[in-house]
Design a protein around this ligand. Sequence first.
Ligand code: WTA
Length: 657
Amino acid sequence: MATKGNKDGVQWVVPDPKRENWYWPSDALRQHAWVSDPKIYDQAKADPLAFWAKQAEGITWFQKWSKVYEDEPFAYKWFVGGKLNLSYNSLDRHVEAGRGDRVALIWEPEPLSEPHRTMTYKQLLEEVGRFANALKALGVRKGDRVGIYLPMIPEAVVAMQACARIGAPHTVVFSAFSAESLRDRLVDSGAKVLITADGYWRRGKAIDLKPQADQALPGTQVSKVVVVRRMGQEIPWDAQRDVWYHEITKGQPTECKPEPMDAEDLAFILYTSGTTGKPKGVMHTTGGYAVQVYTTAKWDFNLHEDDVHFCTADVGWITGHSYVNYGPLMNGVASLVYEGTPDFPDFGRMWQIVEKHKVTVYYTAPTAIRMHIKWGDEWPKKYNLNSLRVLGSVGEPINEEAWLWYFHLVGGKRCPIIDTWWQTETGATCVQALPGVGPFVPTVAGRPFPGIRARIVDASGQPVKAGEGGYLVLEPPFPPALLRGLYGDPEKFRATYFGEFGPKVYFTKDGSRMDEMGNIRVTGRVDDVMNVAGHRLATAEVEDALAQHPAVSEVAVVSKPDEIKGEVPVAFVLLKKGFQASEDLKKDLIKTVDKIIGPTARPSSIYFSEDVPKTRSGKIMRRVLKALVRGEAVGDITTLRNPECVEDLKRLVGYKG
Ligand code: WTA
């Protein structure tokens, strides 16, 4: 099979002659790259405002800004006075420039028997226009929030774009989230309209979505539900409230004037996990988000017009917002949307898609790579992956084994790995190597993107020396796409991000270290947030869900490292009187988690314990539980109110520390 394999494509990287597993861009990559001169870092550092103003000129403004940046504590602003529209920049811009016939979206359904769909920029613009007009006809106005609860189908992108077009902030909820999670987000955002579907395919099974959507609605302000027909299956229907997407868009004009949005107008709200049980509504505004997403998509992945960009994230996460939808589309490339899972119908599915559509940029999470490793080397080897040019990683620290496997088996030792550090809050990538500059090194993300000021400090806020561990912080001028607030909770916004080191220092909650060259290695969260299979989750959320079960009197959840998923939750449950520990009860507790949050949050183990370690003031000492499940030294427990319980817990978890 001489045509298969991935070693015959262009050589985009060369090894460092002195350092093992270090790679640099090849001449071919330097010539192809938007940026290949490292001087860009110093130039941007000397004048970050000029740097970002120059990048902002790469997109289209209806009205130019009067001031690049305003540095008010908790109220930083970018491109003050500027007017623009995200949908215009994603679509119209390319059509007006004569690129309307280029492919904008490639949709790969899960069933192999179903043909894929492509939409050109012109077709996507028309579809977005029709749906935007239909939303207006339903009464949606600028500033109204719209909930989106859709699977990975083209309409998910159409819906987000249509909202952006009319200035209605969307709030997308991951389709595998439960009805209760959806309800919380609809209530908090005050959404008027919800867009959902009649289901989707997952591992060969037809999955319902509409019953969950219906269940979420009581107590929300949603008065209309738009339903996309994906499956054609029977679904519950409320004739007063529900409308079909295909019916309300039929007959709508394709033209819909994009709303001129102020740079600081709210673009969308996306809920994410903090350390408390209640997810926070991260607010992103229009101008800064547009500029940073556009620039990072272009530079990180070195996007050119003929690229086929495949980001495997769901649109329910920030990665899907920025690098399935807005980033690739603002850059005029083809963005690939895949409906299903990587293991269906077999473990080669992703590589089959790469071969079929000649994907050039592949962007995924370390947890997915570790699954592929487990499935075996034969799967990527079966397919021709020569089209690949850049490989991206996001969501959690990438371990060396995963990096090397990705580099060798997927990239054929030809492609740079761009390990991008960022967060829901930063909206776009912040720390990574640039393809034309390098270096590409396992477990090391790279330098802060030009124009971004990131530092590593100790607990008192003082910078640490090269090689020493510390906390990753961002300093003004803040990244243009950094969140502007938490919806409806300005106090929490200040306390969460600026409580630690003061109003002018954004605390990322990540630990990290920097080498002599200024390359950053992010080691992981230092708060009670877990990264479960690349999904962000608070231990408190899982605790809240379990506590709702009638048998539970008290519960503590901690994270434990997992070979595939990175981290998994482990629960310690104290039962109420009259309840007996049993396997059935464990199953029932898991069902409760599924119902309240979704299956992503399932604990990997549940221990029924008599007691959990507590301080004298009654706070659960999760640090001790964490050490127990990880087999680490438990440390000083003399200050506990109930140190004797630690011995029992050691037996319970089979502690061998
Ligand atoms: C972690 C996902 C190491 C980090 C875009 C961060 C990473 C959290 C990386 C945000 C990376 C993300 N290396 N850690 N390349 N990328 N993280 O909000 O702990 O879902 O704080 O955003 O993921 O997760 P979120």
